[in-house]
Design a protein around this ligand. Structure first.
Ligand SMILES: [Zn+2]
Length: 417
């Protein structure tokens, strides 16, 4: 029997074809969650999966599953994939690579006439990017029970369309598709993805063994003062929200510089009334704070609030915690398996932490999970110029295939690194 082999050519052609759905004139992709472009992409991916004998299904969260049914379907399946939605100025590889690499690896198993006991499910999680409906990771968070379905369905885009309405349109476009309940037991989860940074490229590695994803906290802070005439109001009587913000922002920036792994960003700022000759009454801003250590993140959280108490006066403030996503470690057994596979293929590999968030963060507490990174040219992502080399794309899929064979018991290779 010939061992299963991925087709690098087919995978590459499919990646390019998927890029047609939501194609931008500059070569990028705008395929936001639950859009008509994503419906077209679903059609394409489902057609490819069906051709290989996979069965499509969806759930109340709008996740897309393609199942290669094992001979013992009562066993928890191995799940692999990523997402096929994109940023409004996205590229061809973020997310799409993971879902199509998984489809390619499963197709290779089917073509080799192998019959695993355990089913293998290819997944495309709903709204990873969070650009149309914020915040992202909706599909995987709902799957993991981290958010309430009602809350997510009520989220609206800039045009006032809710997730619930957009999702109904997606489901109506596939009337014959099987619907499954939200969440199911998973044997293991593997997500291939482009690195979206340049550590692999710089070190000449082809396969990244992701050790974990750094934690992230986001906040919305409001500093409230009082409007006044810029010419007549005495300085000592002012409650100037911009002056208070400036003190707060500077102190936060300094306090967060405890080590170079802390990533602190004030990325959005709104001033009211935002008039040139009025003392500002209100400043609303967003903080994005990331670090691999949850303990440090919690410490920094306390400091942010302490700085507001000290520096916002004479204005008042309110701090609202939006996202609290802890860092996670991936499964060491699966990491060893990725390492062994890379060695067998002769791919240079590197252990690295993911600085960006991924759906795998939500899966990691549920089941043994891992991520396989491939290099991303110049570290450019969320940009039309996002690019991955064809041989790197093929390498990532080949390593995933090895893991699927191991996780379904079709291969005796073990994580022996
Ligand atoms: Zn992604």
């Amino acid at each position: 029997m010939t061992p299963p082999r991925i087709s690098a050519d087919r995978l590459w052609k499919r990646l390019m074809a998927l890029g047609q759905d939501g194609a931008l004139p500059n070569g990028g992709v705008n395929r936001q969650a639950l859009s008509v472009e994503e419906i077209r992409a679903w059609r394409r991916v489902i057609a490819w999966g069906t051709e290989a004998g996979l069965v499509p299904s969806t759930d109340p969260a709008g996740n897309l599953f393609l199942t290669f049914k094992g001979s013992a379907p009562q066993l928890a399946p191995v799940v692999a994939g990523s997402h096929i939605d994109s940023q409004p100025t996205g590229g061809l590889f973020d997310g799409a690579f993971g879902t199509l690499a998984a489809l390619e690896a499963v197709t290779a198993i089917v073509e080799a006439n192998l019959a695993p006991e355990r089913s293998i499910v290819v997944v495309g999680w709903m709204n990873e990017e969070g650009s149309r409906f914020a915040p992202g990771m909706m599909g995987s968070e709902l799957f993991a029970g981290l958010r309430s379905l009602d809350d997510v369905l009520a989220v609206r885009d800039a045009d006032g369309v809710s997730v619930g309405e957009a999702l109904t349109r997606v489901h109506e476009a596939f009337p014959d598709m099987e619907h499954r309940p939200l969440g199911f037991p998973i044997h293991s989860y593997i997500e291939p993805h482009i690195e979206q940074a340049d550590l692999l490229e710089k070190s000449g590695a082809v396969i990244g063994i992701v050790t974990g994803i750094q934690g992230k906290k986001t906040y919305e802070v409001t500093i409230a003062g009082r409007e006044a005439h810029a010419g007549t109001e005495p300085m000592e009587r002012r409650q100037d929200a911009v002056q208070a913000f400036a003190r707060v922002a500077l102190m936060m920036q300094q306090a967060m510089a405890v080590d170079d792994k802390v990533k602190f960003t004030i990325g959005r700022l709104m001033v009211e009334p935002n008039a040139p000759s009025v003392v500002p009454a209100k400043v609303t801003f967003r903080i994005d704070l990331r670090h691999p250590s949850n303990a440090l993140l919690d410490q920094l959280d306390t400091q942010l609030e302490a700085i507001l108490i000290k520096e916002a006066t004479p204005c008042s403030f309110n701090i609202r915690r939006l996202v609290d996503a802890p860092s996670n470690d991936f499964d060491s057994g699966l990491m060893n398996a990725i390492r062994s596979s890379a060695k067998r293929h002769g791919f240079h590999h590197l252990d690295l932490l993911s600085a960006a968030g991924h759906d795998a963060r939500q899966l990691a507490p549920l089941t043994r999970s891992a991520m396989i990174f491939i290099p991303c040219q110049g570290g450019i992502s969320h940009h039309p110029e996002e690019w991955a080399q064809p041989d790197h794309v093929a390498a990532g899929a080949a390593v995933l295939l090895d893991l699927l064979l191991q996780e379904t018991g079709l291969s005796s290779h073990q994580g022996d690194a």
